[in-house]
Design a protein around this ligand. Sequence first.
Ligand code: ATP
Length: 230
Amino acid sequence: MSHLQLRSAAVRPTADGPMVLHPTTLELTEQRIALVGANGSGKSTLARLFNGLVPASSGQVLVDGLDVAGDGARVRRRVGFVFSDPAAQLVMPTAAEDVALSLRRTHRDKAARRAAALATLDAFGLAGRGDQSVHTLSGGQRQLLALAGVLATSPSVLVADEPTTLLDLRNSLHVGDLLLSLEQQLVLVTHDLDLARRCDRVLVIDAGRVVHDGPAEETVERYRALAVAG
Ligand SMILES: Nc1ncnc2c1ncn2[C@@H]1O[C@H](COP(=O)(O)OP(=O)(O)OP(=O)(O)O)[C@@H](O)[C@H]1O
């Protein structure tokens, strides 16, 4: 299992602006970790620290002992990131080409790469869509494709920022099951409390701080109480 660490890591986008994440010290070694909290509480910011998409303004972020600030390229090879908006990461014209791009390191031969890409699409419920333009896929299909592309790179950690928001119930359940059954460590930003409850550890973020942190069931209930109290 990977080892994610924050050492007094804080995020303050502008020198005279507010802290988006107050100095936070954490060690994450569990298999499945959920980040929950209100809109704008800082969940995405915290999640993005782990692959350097957001740099820490102070403190340190380590992935398996590698400092994200100094070893960014190696860290990004370990940490796959799925955005809530798949448009942020789909770069090729067709679905098969997009997955094939992710497979370029592991599958040098072009025909083998395409075959592997099509098999990956099948596994993600996108059978027969290989040659379809990414732009004509539905929002949910694009999200499945984005997830397929990231997992095809075999990251040791997957950070997923609201990966089920665009999906219908069936696909949402399918992707939820898939994420929770991954071998890799999962850091999941989600508003889906059913999904959070199935993780090993839940962190509740509020106004840029981790305010609760513990086993899923009881921590989700603390979040509920916090939300109801307003
Ligand atoms: N670069 C930035 N400059 C200024 N403010 C920022 C920047 N990045 C994030 N913020 C602010 O920090 C806060 C936390 O944002 P973040 O995206 O981490 O929230 P979130 O918990 O993921 O929210 P949501 O559930 O709505 O996606 C928000 O108020 C946001 O506007």
